[in-house]
Ligand binder design. Sequence first.
Ligand SMILES: [Mg+2]
Length: 411
Amino acid sequence: MVSLKQNDREAMASGRIAPSPCPGCNAIVIRGPSAVLGGLETRRMVALGYAWILAVGVQRRRRPRSKQALERRHDAQLARFADSADIAASRRSFRIDGTIVIRGRRAEGTLRLNERAAPTASIRRMAAADRLLLLVDLDGVVYRGADPVPGVAAVLTARANAGDDVVYVTNNSMHYRADYVTRLTDLGAPVAADRVVSAPRATALYLRERHPEVRRVLAVGASGLDRELRDVGLEVVNAGFAAERMAREGIDGVGAAGAPDAVVAGVDPQLTYLRIAAAADCVRAGARFLATNRDPVYPTERWLRPGAGSVVAAIEVASGVTPLTIGKPEPLLMEEAAHATGRDPREAYVIGDGIVTDLAAANAVGARTILMLTGVTTGAALEALPSADKPFAVAADATELAQVLEGLRPA
Ligand SMILES: [Mg+2]
């Protein structure tokens, strides 16, 4: 794959040239008698792919080609570079002075070909400050119920291609991440499973990271909640199972659930009296009590239906214990979403449609809000906000969202 001259290989093998770390980034640069190699030290394939390009640069010095042939060759080389580096190249340019610039999602590189001197190259990891961190609410922003919000998926795709971090945040407590991946992919939005942080996912991450002593959890909720909790290694007992045991064996909720360390509650469409009893028994016995969120209701196609807050309230009243709430407007969902990209939530722009949820949660973590008027918030409600509480920016539709985001790019 790497067409180095024999003396370069021998030089490297004999240690006459050695990798030298690039200060301030994860790149390595190897300089030899007839080639310069550069790559990201953490990505072997990146290094090899890049080395291949540079070695071709050396060949060009010996066998000049026409400009058109060279451009075609460089296009093919850069495509291979992008593939091998696992970066979706969003911008590339070839200049007649022999410099090729490529900018991808996580890095940008420059290769300078020179007829007289050895080619030089550099790869620079894009600093986090060069990339926007976008925490994007779903319902009312990307879609409204069953319908997409026109143009938003395309705006997010453009931002992801430019290198921005896009993470979806939702209070919905019933679905598993794969459900969102399927739906967002169908809409044309950029998505990966680790970039969907729902209230159940954030709850699971919170328990794993901050309460490793919690091993067994009683889950009062839908199957999506169970799966998210299991995905982080927790042993999950569904409240439906515990309730059946209570009824069948005449035992209390603690015995039926196997003395869980925590109780997590979200929307439970099959909620029963005994499920509430099982959860309350465990909380009274000392289990940690968490709520995915406390939305009192959630909209369906035709009606409002009781939300997680209604389920949580029943357990709270029955146990006398107030839970820790993960979802919006509390800060933990936003914190976990930012941490999914390894970043600080204070760097985030929250794109949401709710004043009492998205805007409040963003304020709670020190993030800025781009309030969309595509969902529950009306212009009148926005006007009524005290100036100190107004969002960072407002967008009426996808076009205005794109304009706001474009203005945030570093010069
Ligand atoms: Mg919303």
